[in-house]
Design a protein around this ligand. Structure first.
Ligand SMILES: C[S@@+](CC[C@H](N)C(=O)[O-])C[C@H]1O[C@@H](n2cnc3c(N)ncnc32)[C@H](O)[C@@H]1O
Length: 262
């Protein structure tokens, strides 16, 4: 399996489920705006736990998920009555039929591949004439607190540093229009900006879960020691108790939509 930077642990799968609950209304809004209709053939690229396949099926779509992670994908498809294809979207052009889908969607997948423009080009090939491509991905630079907190600054140093060390771009969502151009798709028909502004009380769990998932990679890359990890985990608990009302910004979830001419 590819080097998924967040690791393949039970805790990471649980984190993905909780993250998907947070963004579900915003992704649903974007799918509706893209015109998802009953009977549409829908493809979720990098489907993970299948949260977006659920949204597709709820709207009457016929959902297919693709993921490298066969166990996770099989369970996702079984849970929503969809279909699953185990494939590597970085290399497998023929995982699904060219022009086979009315909606091709991908959330937080381009962030995890070495050549996002190549994957976008592949996804565009899978869109049927008259169908639509929709992607959503993060700009993680947005993560911050106000007033500033050292524990959030340290999250940024470790998390953003580990992604960069692994050759992943933490601004991926921001680059979507450029990537569409590089992929030969042309400028998006529309874009979407979603954020979440909360408090330390309700963001500490997200910061903790993401830190725990990235810690093994950060340690392997020499950005973090086990002792520093344990200190940080204790400091985030303290920060949530002592500064529960401090403003806390999540990553921005940025989207782009393009319809293929009929
Ligand atoms: C951050 S998760 C996002 C899951 C889901 N799209 C969501 O938003 O809840 C990224 C998913 O992409 C999958 N993935 C990463 N690289 C992949 C690749 N090259 N081919 C197929 N799936 C891949 C991972 O296994 C993981 O399930």
């Amino acid at each position: 399996m590819s080097d998924y930077v967040m690791g393949r642990t039970v805790e990471e799968y649980e984190r993905l489920r909780r993250q998907a609950e947070v963004w579900a209304p915003d992704t649903a809004r974007l799918l509706d705006r893209a015109g998802l209709s009953p009977g549409d053939r829908c493809l979720d690229v990098g489907c993970g736990t299948g949260a977006v396949m659920d949204l597709m099926v709820t709207r009457g779509g016929r959902a297919t998920g693709i993921d490298l992670d066969e166990d996770l994908g099989e369970k996702a498809a079984a849970g929503c009555g969809g279909t699953f294809v185990a494939a590597n979207v970085e290399s497998d052009d023929d995982a699904v039929p060219a022009g086979g889908f009315d909606l091709v969607y991908g959330r937080l997948i381009l962030l995890h591949v070495a050549d996002p423009a190549a994957v976008l080009r592949r996804m565009w090939r899978w869109v049927a004439p008259g169908g639509v491509l929709v992607v959503q991905d993060y700009d993680m630079r947005a993560v911050d607190s106000n007033p500033p907190l050292a524990v959030v600054d340290e999250w940024r140093r470790v998390f953003l540093g580990a992604y960069a060390a692994a050759g992943r771009d933490v601004r991926l969502g921001f680059r979507l229009p450029t990537l569409f151009a590089e992929a030969g798709i042309g400028a998006p028909d529309g874009t979407d900006v979603t954020g979440r502004l909360g408090t330390m009380a309700d963001s500490a769990a997200m910061l903790t879960a993401t830190f725990r998932s990235i810690a093994p990679l950060a340690i392997a890359r020499g950005l973090l020691t086990e002792a520093q990890r344990d200190t940080w985990l204790s400091e985030i608990d303290t920060a949530a108790r002592v500064y529960p009302e401090h403003s806390s910004m999540w990553p921005l979830l940025l989207g782009a939509v393009k319809r293929r001419p009929a």
